[in-house]
Design a protein around this ligand. Structure first.
Ligand code: ZN
Length: 200
């Protein structure tokens, strides 16, 4: 049986005054990436740190501007069209969350570096691979420059094994059908390759 390995969890106490860093949380669809991002951000809110979250404006699944955390505090959620916009929005944010990072342009890498250099803890969540099993957008670069990388896993919807791939059931023009999670299955490596991808 596969046992999820314990991973090193960055702590607030790791943050020396004025020192930032980058954390990446990645995995397939249905792996709980966003939940893990929110969990970390909520802990920061409880520690009374200033928290902001950004997501690409392309992602229409989220309509609410704010994410409510446990103690009725809000995490302000801001949709941005290009990564560089994030720098304009961050004021004295100690912690910045970035969701669906695979949809950002490559400048998200430089933006994250700048934020970390100015003392911000940057927590990035995104799909590591697209439906073809190829590294997705800026995610490989973000994983390379991050201090901490956590891969979360889903459960294979075919065999119950550990799933790291997003298998697309329907044909589509876009790399990921936004808001259409029913069009995808989380699959393990074996089941992902077992059935041929949708007919082209
Ligand atoms: Zn499987």
């Amino acid at each position: 049986m596969f046992v999820e390995p314990l991973f090193y969890q960055p702590k607030t106490s790791d943050q020396k005054k004025g020192t930032g860093w980058i954390e990446v949380i990645c995995g397939s669809m249905f792996s709980g990436k966003t939940e893990e991002l929110i969990r970390r951000l909520n802990r920061a809110v409880l520690a009374k740190q200033q928290v902001e979250i950004f997501k690409p404006a392309i992602d229409q699944r989220y309509h609410e501007e704010n994410i409510v955390s446990h103690n009725d505090n809000f995490i302000r959620s801001t949709p941005v069209s290009v990564a560089s916009e994030i720098l304009l929005h961050v004021h004295k944010g100690e912690v910045v969350g970035i969701d669906e990072a695979q949809f950002f342009d490559d400048s998200i890498v430089e933006v994250s570096q700048k934020l970390a250099a100015q003392g911000t803890r940057v927590i990035i969540a995104g799909l590591d691979m697209d439906y073809l099993g190829k590294p997705f957008g800026p995610m490989p670069s973000l994983m390379a420059i991050a201090e901490f990388v956590t891969k979360v896993h889903a459960i294979c919807m075919k065999c119950g094994g550990v799933a790291s791939h997003s298998y697309r059931l329907a044909d589509s023009d876009s790399t990921v059908l936004l808001g259409s999670q029913s069009q995808y299955e989380a699959r393990c490596r074996r089941c992902f390759h077992e059935t041929p991808a949708t007919t082209i």
